[in-house]
Design a protein around this ligand. Sequence first.
Ligand SMILES: Cc1cc2nc3c(=O)[nH]c(=O)nc-3n(C[C@H](O)[C@H](O)[C@H](O)COP(=O)(O)OP(=O)(O)OC[C@H]3O[C@@H](n4cnc5c(N)ncnc54)[C@H](O)[C@@H]3O)c2cc1C
Length: 385
Amino acid sequence: MESRLDTDKQAVIDEVQRFVEREVIPVAHDLEHDDIYPVELIEKMKTLGIFSATIPEVYGGLGFDFYTYSQIIEQLSRGWMSLAGIVNTHVLVAYMIATYGTEEQRRAFLPVMAQGEKRGGICLSEANAGSDVQAITMTATRDGSDYLLNGSKLWVTNGQRGGIFAVLARTDTAARPPFRGMSIFLVEKGTPGLSSSRTFEKLGYKGVETAELVFDNVRVPAANLLGGVEGEGFKHAMSGLEVGRINVAARAVGVAQAAFNDAIRYARQRSTFGKPIAQHQAIQLKLAGMATKIEAARLLLHQAAQKKDRGERCDLEAGMAKLFATEMCQEVTLEAMRIFGGYGYTKEFNVERYYRDAPFMLVAEGTSEIQQLVIARQLLERYKI
Ligand SMILES: Cc1cc2nc3c(=O)[nH]c(=O)nc-3n(C[C@H](O)[C@H](O)[C@H](O)COP(=O)(O)OP(=O)(O)OC[C@H]3O[C@@H](n4cnc5c(N)ncnc54)[C@H](O)[C@@H]3O)c2cc1C
C-alpha cells in the first residue's frame, strides 16, 4: 500500500509519527486527565502542516489525498485521540469550502485555514436534532444583502477556539422534505450575536471543547452562503460527513493500535504461574483477535479514503469503515484493559484512557445505528434489479 505514497506524503506521515512519539505520548496522560487544551501541541501541528494537509496547494495547503490524511490521523490518535478531533471539523469545513464554495469563499477562507490560525467547526446538531439532521430549527432569514441567523447549536467541537463555523440553517421553513430548504453559512468567530453559552464535561475526549453556540440575530453577508445557492446545505453536509467518518474511522484504528501496542508489551513483561502472560494461550487468542480486527478496520478505512480520493460517492464505504473501526476499537480497548488485569483499571496506564475515548467514536459523525441505516440504504440501491 505504501508504494502509492510519494515521498513528500510519506515524509509528513513519518514526521507526524516522530512528533507523536517524542512530544505527544509523554504529555498526553497529564493533559487529558487535567482536561487541558493542548496549546503547544497545536502550534507544532501547525508547523507540521497538519491543518493544511487536505487543502489544495493553490490555496496554501499541502493538497494531500484522504488516504494520506487517514494515516496522519491514525498516527495522531495513537498518541491522543483529542488531537485528531481538533483536526477533524477543521478539515471537514475546509473540504466543504474547497468543494462547494464559490471562488471568492475559497480565497477568503482556505489560506487562513491552511495556516491553522483559524480552525473550523461544524454546526449541524441541535438539542433536538442529532441523528435526525432534518429536524433542525435554526433559521436563516434574508434581510437585504445579508441573512439573519437565529437558534442554537449543540456539541460543537472547536466551539470556543474555532475561528470559522459552517452552520446548517433552514432558509425555507416551508420546504418539504425539509432538507430541500437547508443551507450552510460560513460564520466567523466574533460576529455580533454569536456566543458560547456552555461547554460539556465528558467521559473522555478531553482537552478539546464541546460547546453550545447561540445565534441571536447573527448578521451574515449573503456572500457567506456556501456555494452561493440556497437549498444545497444538506447535500453539502452529508458529503462533508463522509470526510468526517473517514477521520473517525482513522481515529478508532489509531486508538486501538495504541491499546494493542501497550497490551502486547505488558503481556511480555507480566508473569503469572511462572511464565509471561503472553505465553498463556488465552492471552495469545486475545492478541491475535485484536491485531486481526485492527488490520481489517485499517483496510476498510483505506478503501473508503481511496474512493473519496477518486471523487466517488463513498457513503457506503465510509459508513462501513466508521461502523467497523469504532465497534472494533470499543472491543479492543476493553481486551487491552483485561490484559492489564487490575492495573488496567487505574490511571497508572493509558489503557483506561483508550477505553474512555472509544465510546465517543461510536456516536460522533453519526451513531453506529445510523451508519447501519446508511449502509443498508446504499446496499438496497446497489442491489436493485
Ligand atoms: C463529544 C461530542 C462532540 C460532537 N461534536 C459535534 C460537532 O462538532 N458538530 C455537530 O454538529 N455535532 C457534534 N456532535 C453531535 C453528534 O453528531 C450527535 O450526538 C450524534 O449525531 C447523535 O445525535 P444525538 O446525540 O442527538 O442522539 P439521537 O439522535 O437522539 O439518538 C439517540 C439514540 O437513538 C438512536 N437512533 C436515532 N435515530 C434512529 C433510527 N432512525 N434508527 C435506529 N436508531 C436510531 C441513535 O443511534 C442513538 O443510539 C458531537 C457529539 C459529541 C458527544
